[in-house]
Design a protein around this ligand. Structure first.
Ligand code: ATP
Ligand code: MG
Length: 315
């Protein structure tokens, strides 16, 4: 009874913690106005944050085992962000401790010609997690209404039939919502995280990648060129968040200017999703238990000298 009570209060604390990040379905989001990239709530210090992250990853690990054993639901974590917002670090830190057999990360880059020969959701569909699995999309189908919207020449390469470009973004929001609704109704729960980085913090992180030798490999001149489209991206993100946060697949805007905070927030959102799914270890029924007992008795009766003769003896 005690443990049930404390678990409930822990679950409640997690739900309260993530509430400010959630985009309510139908909410009109304007990023600069509605969500602060440097928000750090009441956690206060990085040290306390680290401790909470350890607790969070332990909880994830426990729930992942149950998800795996239950084999009914899959979880898809969608991660979207601008460059240097910390997608890779978030995945690494949040997923430490989780059984690698139950997790797969997929990173989506510029589509190949084979991918462009299919509808725009095809390449994402084939990489969805199965039941019992956690899938992480490092970039995702949302690129189709982000980078492709900011650089509309990318849409030209998608070979859309004549006459279908009019209203394409609104249509894509709708199609994505319906696709996610179908997945959710069929056991694949989707949780969407947008790492919200400020313009200034991105500049600082790019500079650090240049200044620190062992970070040089992370620096890309293309990322700095992409930064020139900052306002267009903020606009595309705001529209995406306003149009595709749904009851069945909500968006969470994660404050990303402090890496340690972003990691706890991401872990908490994923943990909350698993808590809501509430996966359970399969119960072994009375008959199955009786069968186990029979096998146990037979095994116990097998004396070592009663073992089958060794077919290789004498070689
Ligand atoms: P990192 O830089 O940390 O390795 P990344 O996700 O930025 O990770 P990159 O290879 O640098 O990986 O960039 C991938 C690029 O592919 C991004 O610029 C992204 O916008 C682009 N991209 C992803 N999906 C699409 C798409 N559907 N159409 C066009 N470009 C896309
Ligand atoms: Mg990159």
């Amino acid at each position: 009874m005690t443990s049930r009570t404390s678990r409930t209060s822990r679950e409640q604390r997690i739900a309260d913690f993530i509430a400010p990040f959630r985009v309510e379905p139908g909410q009109k989001v304007k990023l600069g106005r509605d969500f602060a990239p440097d928000f750090k709530g009441t956690i206060g210090s990085k040290k306390r944050g680290r401790k909470l992250l350890v607790q969070g990853t332990e909880l994830l690990s426990e729930y992942q085992s149950r998800l795996y054993a239950d084999n009914t639901h899959g979880v898809l974590v969608v991660l979207q962000a601008l460059d240097a917002a910390g997608k890779d670090g978030t995945i690494r830190h949040v997923m430490t401790g989780v059984n690698p057999q139950g997790v797969a990360v997929h990173s989506f880059k510029v589509p190949s010609s084979e991918e462009l020969d299919h509808d725009y959701l095809w390449r994402y569909g084939v990489r969805l997690p199965g039941r019992g699995q956690i899938g992480i999309f490092n970039r995702s189908h949302y690129e189709e209404v982000l980078v492709v919207r900011v650089h509309q020449e990318l849409l030209d390469r998608q070979k859309l039939p004549r006459g279908t470009r009019k209203g394409v973004w609104k249509r894509r929001y709708h199609e994505i919502n319906e696709w996610e609704r179908m997945l959710s109704a069929n056991g694949i729960k989707i949780v969407k995280l947008f790492l919200n980085l400020s313009h200034e913090e991105q500049r600082i992180r790019f500079l650090r990648r240049i200044d620190l030798r062992d970070h040089n490999w992370k620096f890309s001149a293309a990322d700095v060129r992409e930064r020139e489209y900052w306002d267009s991206y903020q606009n595309a993100f705001s529209r995406m968040l306003s149009s595709t946060s749904t009851e069945w697949a909500p968006w969470y805007v994660i404050p990303a200017d402090r890496k340690w905070y972003a990691r706890i927030a991401a872990a908490a959102v994923i943990a909350n999703t698993l808590i809501e799914i509430d996966p359970r270890y399969p119960k072994v029924g009375k008959d199955a238990r009786a069968a186990l007992q029979e096998i146990k008795t037979a095994l116990e009766k097998q004396a070592p000298e009663g073992a089958a003769p060794d077919p290789f003896a004498g070689e």
